[in-house]
Design a protein around this ligand. Structure first.
Ligand code: ZN
Length: 424
């Protein structure tokens, strides 16, 4: 078994505890086995099997989790492009996106929908060690009502793309059952609209409580979870009442929806996907025209979302990074921008933003006992960052500063010299 000794780092362990300078972390095989100052080298090892890496004060932190991932969205301009790209090319793009993600420091991700069985095939290939990528919770097509914001083609055009349209409880049940049969870890429902699609705006609620509850019953009966797109206040209330596990957006919540989220904070997660709004406001006009972007109401919507995320954060609701990356104006690779938004726009401390990406990430992956923090006995999903993200959270976006990305004890990225034990 190989061992790796990371020496003299600034440890941000992901629990929220203060950073500690001068720390060593010992990794044996897949696991973190020891953490402390001036750790001695494991004597029972053949020296050739121990890598010693001097960090000279660089930051050691857990690998992060991206909680709103769409590998099958491939930096296209229009949502319709996702439907029209052939699945075979989409699959290849997903393979590359998975590599981009892990090299960006995100060693785990929760898919918030994908085309066909692409996620499932990708997850299985990663788990079998055939290809490099993050730990994945795989999703299937978005389950949507007819006329929802992803129902983008004229009625006479039938496209088998990013959505499966299901209206009424029976159709929703049937769709959830078939997606889970295929091997999805969770299903995604579009409960509210999205204002980039004028006929189904964010303030509209497009599924009923009965339909959402039907999906939750079917998923939970199989030990699986439900992820929703829910911007309107009513859609969030429906999701909480129906028992949805992961709520995407939750930006237009009124006081009642806020109280409901707080009441259920121990069982659910909120993933606001703020970068979608921020990036669309930054770059959308150049592609769609200023008038179209003004008509979305995203500018006012972002303000509302930020103040609601601030009060959810203060109330202890777990808010996770995950930003709907995969469009031309918010491409794959920028995932850590969400942490900057949490600090600069929502008002989180940098430490809490890191906890949301690490400890809460382990929780949303249902792997809290194995990943998300740097503690003895956990799997070695570890980053070494050149700089201190507590001083400048933006450095996590700089891939050049990610000097080591390790998943399960294996190097995905290593830019630092390795010495063998004799020289230690
Ligand atoms: Zn999404």
């Amino acid at each position: 078994m190989k061992a790796v000794l990371l020496r003299n780092g600034l440890l941000i362990d992901g629990t929220g505890k203060d950073a500690q300078a001068g720390m060593d972390v010992l990794i044996e095989g897949h696991q973190i086995t020891s953490i402390g100052t001036h750790l001695s080298l494991p004597v029972h090892y053949d020296p050739a099997d121990v890598d010693v890496i001097e960090l000279d004060g660089k930051t050691i932190m857990p690998g992060m989790t991206e909680a709103h991932t769409h590998f099958t969205w491939q930096n296209s301009l229009y949502i319709q492009d996702i439907d029209f790209k052939p699945l075979e090319e989409t699959m290849l793009g997903c393979y590359l996106n998975a590599q981009t993600m892990i090299k960006s420091g995100f060693t785990s991700c929760v898919s918030a929908a994908a085309r066909g069985r692409v996620d499932i095939a990708l997850r299985d290939a990663i788990n079998q060690g055939l290809i490099v990528g993050p730990r994945m919770l795989a999703n299937g097509a978005e389950i949507s009502a007819t006329g929802s914001f992803v129902d983008l083609h004229p009625n006479h055009v039938h496209v088998s793309g990013l959505s499966i349209f299901a209206d009424g409880e029976d159709a929703v049940r049937r769709t959830v059952r078939s997606l889970l049969k295929e091997g999805a870890d969770l299903v995604k429902l579009n409960v509210s609209g999205e204002s980039l699609t004028p006929h189904a705006r964010s303030e509209m609620t497009l599924y009923t409580l009965k339909e959402v509850r039907a999906a939750v019953e079917e998923a939970h009966a199989r030990g699986k979870r439900v992820y929703t797109h829910a911007r309107s206040s009513d859609s969030v209330k429906i999701c909480v009442e129906a028992g949805v596990d992961i709520i995407g957006h939750a930006d237009f919540i009124d006081d009642e929806a806020f109280e409901m989220l707080v009441e259920h904070k121990n069982r659910l997660f909120v993933v606001p996907a703020l970068n979608w709004l921020v990036s669309t406001l930054e770059h959308g006009a150049q592609y769609f025209g200023q008038e179209a972007i003004d008509a979305t109401g995203y500018k006012e919507g972002l303000e509302i979302a930020l103040s609601n995320m601030n009060r959810l954060y203060k109330a202890g609701v777990r808010i996770l990074p995950g930003g709907d990356y995969g469009f031309k104006w918010c491409p794959h690779g920028g995932y850590a921008r969400d942490l900057e938004h949490f600090v600069k726009l929502v008002g989180m401390t940098p430490m809490d933003a890191i906890v949301s990406a690490t400890k809460y990430g382990g929780q949303v992956m249902l792997m809290e006992d194995k990943i998300g923090t740097i503690e003895a006995g956990k799997l070695a999903d570890i980053l070494v960052v050149d700089g201190n993200p507590l001083d400048n959270i933006s450095i996590l976006q700089d891939h050049d500063k990610l000097h080591v990305v390790m998943k399960d004890g294996a190097y995905i990225v290593n830019k630092l010299p390795i010495r063998q034990v004799q020289g230690a």
